[in-house]
Design a protein around this ligand. Structure first.
Ligand code: NAG
Ligand code: NAG
Ligand code: NAG
Ligand code: NAG
Ligand code: NAG
Ligand code: NAG
Ligand code: NAG
Ligand code: NAG
Ligand code: NAG
Ligand code: NAG
Ligand code: NAG
Ligand code: NAG
Length: 591
């Protein structure tokens, strides 16, 4: 599969005559040879031929100020005009109508009309061609070319669906570089579960371009955000759309589905005056849909690429050996729906879950029945938790959090030694999801070790939450996590030790102890209150993540040897996106 040639040669008459405007008014016509140009001269609309050997004329939009003619939208994709007799008119009903003037035959028209006498069509600087009522303004357009996508995904275009307006958008390839009529490849959004983007060749799924996980599209090889664009995804009960915008409007980028079915991100290089292919979204063989069958995963770094998930073996070893992986894998120990804990029987078909939005660390995506089309990504991958039989779990490790941890990993043996084998005498207290022990490392450092209860699966999310948040936060009024340990079924968090324990104990002593030796004077109290406030200000405003703690209470304020307060226990905390001022939560939590 060679790199597709997406650069088209298109030939619009050199002596084009621009109607000095970006608009077309009612009863106004542009003929072949005339164009309209967007205000900042970024885009131009008019007639063109896709190659110099073709006489076919199409109405389209291309970049105005670059020499390589790059068509990004075509009106009459399937109905070319055979000579230069095309005419585009905005009629009194607000319909854009394309005629062949030789026989007055209608070639193409826009689909929404409204008769007000004040309609106007305008080519915008984002390449959208819209029809609207002058009095209602462009935001209340009645028709837009962005709802009728061709093979090019332009910045600010919305790809998805709008049930209220009855709009479904998808990309279709051109038949060939000189024939814009729809080819066999289609990229569309599938709504059977959480929306995901698929690519078909006629009726066979070729690629799964993934679903939005809050940061990027899952499963894309290159799922790091592209530096020149910002992706965005929106979903509510009526609308689902994906869009992107350019980070710098003077750098031109576009995504185009080639006639060979390859979706590529192209950037214009002003120095060499060429479009440069930045990346193909569908590059390696692991991108091929369902290559490794059910419960198989693809790893491009290994040869052969396909493997079975742990606890699974090839269903047909004979076929698997000759690199035919489509039969997939099967469980070594079958699920027994009557005994597996944590699932009610009617939910027995749920086979896996993952975090829905990894940016906010919220939500849960569920999979039912057989799992298919998984791959291992070298970096930026996301954890998926696969349901296993209780017997299988007993003999192997639980899936453990491993993403985003930039704090040291401790050995279980080190922590066992430091806490005298988690001895009762070393127990400091009982945290939300397990006991906390005092320990001393070999180098003499004092530590506090929170041990997640081994038997219960409860608290795994809170553990993960805490590790992820706290490893990214640093402030003198937040408790410092020194590291973590995940070994077998053990999950432990290691904190700096706080000799003066927590604020609630101090209050207890204040009221109970007659001696009052442990009470605080007002300047100490003021320092503590001030410190807590500073810690909160950091969480709410100054930290990278913007966090609400959701469980702030005296027991979670620890005090160091100088009586500096430190906010602890981020198990129930939640982060906000940079611009968000409001999030709904469906659960009552914490304090
Ligand atoms: C446009 O043309 C139609 C029919 O020719 C006419 O009825 C209408 O008044 C015209 N509208 C404008 C705004 O010129
Ligand atoms: C068409 O364009 C190609 C490439 O620009 C050129 O090689 C060829 O000679 C042209 N053919 C005609 C008929 O102009
Ligand atoms: C344009 O094409 C039409 C239909 O193919 C034909 O009838 C007409 O004569 C052509 N006109 C010119 C000017 O070539
Ligand atoms: C593709 O888009 C068309 C309309 O533009 C719509 O009718 C069709 O249902 C869409 N197909 C898919 C699979 O989204
Ligand atoms: C894509 O292929 C699948 C599987 O064959 C089929 O069910 C679906 O209808 C196809 N979708 C389109 C838009 O062709
Ligand atoms: C945008 O890109 C242009 C051209 O490459 C560059 O000169 C300019 O500094 C960039 N602007 C920003 C804000 O990065
Ligand atoms: C492209 O380069 C030309 C000169 O080579 C310059 O005049 C123009 O401003 C540049 N355009 C952009 C978008 O950087
Ligand atoms: C669960 O899966 C089985 C077999 O895959 C299927 O027959 C059954 O209809 C599914 N039940 C539900 C509720 O999806
Ligand atoms: C952890 O244990 C491994 C072997 O079990 C050992 O090689 C390594 O040095 C230990 N690391 C620390 C930090 O103790
Ligand atoms: C730690 O405790 C466990 C169970 O209580 C015991 O099996 C193990 O031998 C102890 N290890 C040490 C080093 O004391
Ligand atoms: C408050 O107590 C601290 C520590 O015991 C002491 O250093 C400080 O001088 C006291 N301040 C006042 C105003 O008594
Ligand atoms: C008020 C209080 O208990 N302060 C103690 C805090 O911890 C240091 C160091 O362990 C002790 O010296 C203080 O007495």
């Amino acid at each position: 599969m060679g790199v597709p040639t997406i650069l088209l040669l298109c030939f619009h008459t050199l002596l084009t005559c621009t109607i000095a405007s970006d608009t077309l008014s009612v009863n106004q016509t542009i003929r072949d040879g005339q164009t309209i140009v967007s205000t900042e001269e970024t885009f131009e609309l008019g007639f063109f031929s896709p190659s110099n050997t073709s006489q076919n004329r199409y109405l389209g939009i291309w970049y105005k100020n670059i020499a390589t003619c790059t068509v990004i939208w075509v009106a009459n994709r399937e109905t070319p005009i055979s000579n230069k007799s095309g005419e585009l008119t905005l009629n009194h009903e607000g319909l854009l109508v394309l005629h062949d003037s030789t026989n007055n035959q209608m070639i193409w028209s826009s689909s929404t009309s409204k008769e007000t006498g004040k309609m106007v069509a305008q080519l915008l600087d984002n390449s959208n061609f819209i029809v609207f009522d002058r009095e209602q303004g462009p935001e209340n357009y009645i028709w837009q070319s962005f709802d009728h996508i061709g093979n090019t995904y332009m910045p600010e275009m919305k790809f998805g669906r709008d049930l209220k307006r009855g709009i479904v958008t998808n990309f279709t390839s051109w038949k060939s570089d000189d024939d814009p009529s729809p080819g066999p490849y289609m990229i569309y959004m599938n709504y059977d579960g959480y929306p995901q983007t698929l690519e078909n060749n006629t009726d066979k799924i070729l690629y799964r371009l993934g679903s939005w996980n809050g940061i990027a599209y899952t499963g894309r090889t290159n799922n790091r955000p592209f530096p020149m664009i910002t992706d965005w995804f929106y979903m509510d009960e009526f609308m689902t759309w994906a869009t992107y915008k350019l980070n710098n409007n003077s750098v031109l980028s576009r995504l185009t589905l080639s006639a060979e079915g390859m979706m590529g991100l192209w950037n214009w290089n002003n120095r060499t005056q060429q479009w440069i292919l930045y990346t193909l979204l569908t590059t390696d063989s692991c991108e091929r849909y369902a290559l490794c069958g059910v419960y198989g995963f693809c790893n491009i770094a290994e040869s052969p690429n396909c493997g079975c998930l742990r606890g699974f073996t090839p269903k047909r070893p004979d076929q698997w050996e000759i690199a035919d992986w489509t039969s997939g894998c099967q469980r070594e120990i079958p699920l027994d729906c009557s005994v597996v804990e944590g699932f009610r029987k009617k939910e027995c078909n749920c086979t896996a879950y993952a975090t829905l939005d990894i940016k906010l660390g919220i939500g849960c995506m569920l999979w039912y029945n057989e799992l298919i089309d998984m791959r291992i990504l070298p970096d930026n991958g996301q954890d998926i938790y696969i349901r296993m039989s209780a017997a299988e779990l007993g003999r192997s490790d639980l899936v453990v959090p491993k993403d985003g941890l930039d704090i040291p990993l401790f050995n279980l043996s080190t922590l066992t030694l430091a806490t005298d084998n988690f001895s009762f005498n070393k127990k400091l207290g009982e945290g939300g999801f397990g006991p906390v022990y005092k320990g001393t490392l070999e180098d003499g450092r004092e530590i506090a070790v929170k041990r997640l209860s081994v038997v219960s699966t409860q608290g795994v999310e809170e553990f993960k939450n805490e590790v992820i948040f706290i490893s990214k936060l640093q402030h003198r009024n937040l408790v410092n996590v020194l590291g973590y340990c995940v070994e077998g079924t053990e999950k432990l968090l290691v904190y700096e030790f706080m000799p003066n324990s927590s604020l609630d104990l101090l209050f207890l002593f204040f009221f109970i102890e007659e001696t009052k030796t442990r009470t605080l004077n007002w300047s100490q109290r003021f320092r503590i209150i001030n410190g807590i406030a500073r810690g909160l200000l950091y969480l709410h405003q100054d930290s990278l993540l913007r966090i609400i703690h959701r469980d702030l209470k005296a027991a979670n304020i620890l005090l160091d040897h100088e009586m500096n307060p430190k906010i602890s226990d981020f198990g129930l905390a939640r982060s906000f996106g940079g611009n968000e001022i409001e999030i709904n939560t469906r659960r009552v939590v914490g304090t």
